[in-house]
Design a binder for this molecule. Structure first.
Ligand code: AHM
Ligand code: MG
Length: 330
């Protein structure tokens, strides 16, 4: 019988080489996993549990809050506030930092998450996910916003749970990218994709072309290269759920793009958020051998100034991302 390795076993096995795998980090990951299992159960039974549809509220991003969004956010906050290993949290759904009350104990980690990414797809049973990113702070007692806001290259871990045809966890602690699949019969995430490497080049480009009328000249030129490439024919795939679009890009190669557009003057930097979406995916893709840029800058080198700042994102195989970089440099 095949030896099956759980996430925590995997983390502990690598403990010697990985100074992060202290009890605290393991505790944090365990709590994230438990929260994701609860969210996954709700997603699987969504049609039966009266959690489909909107709550009627508008979130900090100006978007409709789905009932499942709210449930996922609540589950994560509830579990992680009590973990005793965080000094603060930030969620895509909350305008401000989420405090960790002293009674639960404070730790040195800062957790950032998008509780349910791709939520406009929920009602149609399309894959969605939870994205997380973890930073360490010097002094948990004095964790001000400016100290918490670190460049993506300071992340100590990042990952996502994908609620798709199976539920998966893909994460990195800076020691490669590893994928685990939830076996619902035993309730554990088991190692299914060790040491994922993104192909150097792929045959898929992924972008919402519905916004092309709002793109600037450079962006139009960029997308054009994937439609007119002489060396190969690219296919277009776009799910509209970053976790799902990114996961496909990671496994098959190619490029995912969410450029800036002029639809909304307030969103001149694109739609995706640096902290909750771009940074964690950028850390993962670089660990897998790929690249992530905003056009000209490496995503992980951008100093965030705001919890909810947006950024254009070009992410995937190095060959395709390099092509984009060349256009933006000229
Ligand atoms: P959300 O975090 O509110 O769900 O929004 C992010 C999602 C991403 O999953 C996806 O890549 C993008 O929005 C799709 O946006 P659009 O519908 O504009 O193409
Ligand atoms: Mg999101």
């Amino acid at each position: 019988m095949m030896r099956q390795v759980t996430v925590i076993e995997h983390l502990l096995l690598h403990q010697k080489e990985n100074p992060l795998a202290t009890g605290n980090f393991t505790r944090l990951l365990n709590e994230l996993i438990l929260a994701a299992k609860i969210i996954s159960r709700a997603v699987n039974k969504a049609g039966l549990m009266n959690v489909l549809g909107e709550t009627g509220e508008i979130n900090v991003q100006g978007e409709q809050v789905q009932k499942l969004d709210e449930l996922a956010n609540r589950v994560l906050i509830h579990r992680l506030q009590r973990a005793g290993v965080l000094c603060a949290m930030a969620s895509e759904e909350n305008a401000d930092l989420i405090d960790v009350p002293d009674q639960y104990g404070k730790g040195k980690y800062f957790l950032v998450f998008d509780p349910l990414d791709g939520s406009s797809n929920i009602d149609a049973n399309v894959s969605i996910g939870t994205i997380f990113s973890i930073y360490r702070v010097k002094d948990p007692e004095r964790a001000t916003l400016s100290e918490l806001l670190q460049k993506g290259e300071e992340q100590v871990a990042a990952g996502y749970f994908l609620y798709g045809s199976s539920t998966m966890l893909v994460y990195t602690t800076g020691d490669g990218v590893h994928g685990f699949t939830l076996d619902p019969s035993v309730g554990e995430f088991l190692l299914s994709h060790p040491n994922i490497k993104i192909p150097k080049s792929g045959k898929i480009y992924s972008v919402n072309e519905g916004y092309s009328a709002f793109w600037d000249e450079q962006t139009r030129k960029t997308i054009e290269i994937f439609k007119t490439a002489s060396e190969k024919t690219y296919s277009l795939r776009y799910i509209g759920s970053l976790v799902a679009d990114f996961h496909r890009t990671l496994l098959y190669g190619g490029i995912f793009m969410y450029p800036k557009d002029s639809r909304d003057p307030k969103k001149t930097h694109g739609k995706l958020r640096l902290l909750y979406e771009a940074n964690p995916m950028a850390f993962i893709v670089e660990q897998a051998g790929g690249m992530a840029i905003d056009g000209s800058r490496r995503i992980l080198s951008i100093q965030p100034e705001d919890l909810h700042q947006r950024v254009p994102l070009f992410i995937g195989s190095s060959k395709e991302v390099q092509k984009v970089a060349e256009i933006y440099q000229n």
